[in-house]
Design a protein around this ligand. Structure first.
Ligand SMILES: N[C@@H](CCC(=O)N[C@@H](CS)C(=O)NCC(=O)O)C(=O)O
Length: 225
């Protein structure tokens, strides 16, 4: 199995994805908590390009970017496959994971911290993107099928916990049973899985984190004007 380490931050949804994948595969790992306000020489050594967490270090070889890490984990430890076997289905899973990161997550984050007309625009754009996900999961219990979660469910795993806190702190609602009944049901099903629940950061810690993020983003935004 080799030596497996995760350089992460306990409140990061990108890092939790990686921990979920390792736990689903039954891979033992050492977790190294990173202080993102004072980055360690180890993080700078292993992810000199983006200087971000998560980084998976397998036998001293680093891999950065959470979606790439999920693929590496899936190809290295073959039990409990995360990606579909069919090449077309695999390509689609990658497409939707990228879409969710670039369109849903980014717009939701803007909707969370922005104000006034900019906030309204981000909410509108996020809702348009979530509507695509609603169609994508139609007829299935999980994104990866009826019986078990996989790559795409882990990629969307920020929705039930992190988005819920962003909605509360940002004073907005993007996903509810009325607007997106199928996606909403998925959030309930996903959240109920013990392995998923066990890895989540405590909600009050996330609330504090997002209050800090909001002040930080707004001060950065104000400095740009
Ligand atoms: N696309 C990256 C995003 C990773 C990311 O944004 N990580 C944040 C923590 S949530 C980080 O390390 N931020 C530190 C920084 O931006 O300086 C991934 O999927 O791994």
């Amino acid at each position: 199995m080799g030596e497996v380490k995760v350089i992460g931050s306990s409140k990061s949804l990108f890092c939790t994805r990686v921990e979920w994948a390792l736990k689903l595969k039954g891979v033992a790992y050492e977790y190294l908590e990173e202080d993102l306000l004072n980055k360690s020489p180890l993080l700078l050594k292993y992810n000199p390009v983006h200087k971000k967490v998560p980084v998976l270090v397998h036998d001293d070889k680093p891999i950065a970017e959470s979606l790439a890490i999920l693929e590496y984990i899936d190809e290295t430890w073959k039990n409990n496959p995360l990606l579909p076997q069919d090449p077309y289905e695999r390509a689609m899973a990658r497409f939707w994971a990228k879409f969710a990161d670039e369109k849903c997550l980014m717009r939701a984050f803007e909707a969370f911290w922005k104000e006034g007309r900019e906030k309204e625009k981000a909410i509108e754009s996020a809702l348009e993107s979530f509507a695509f996900l609603e169609k994508q999961i139609q007829g299935r219990r999980f994104f990866s099928g009826d019986d078990k979660i996989g790559y795409l469910d882990l990629a969307m795993g920020w929705i039930p916990h992190w988005l819920n806190v962003m909605e509360e702190v940002g004073g907005m609602k993007l996903i509810d049973a009325e607007k997106f009944p199928i996606l909403h049901e998925w959030t309930q099903n996903f959240f109920e899985i013990p392995l998923i629940k066990e890895c989540l950061p405590p909600r009050d810690a996330l609330v504090n984190y997002f209050h800090f993020s909001m002040s930080y983003m707004r001060s950065m935004g104000a400095n740009k004007q």
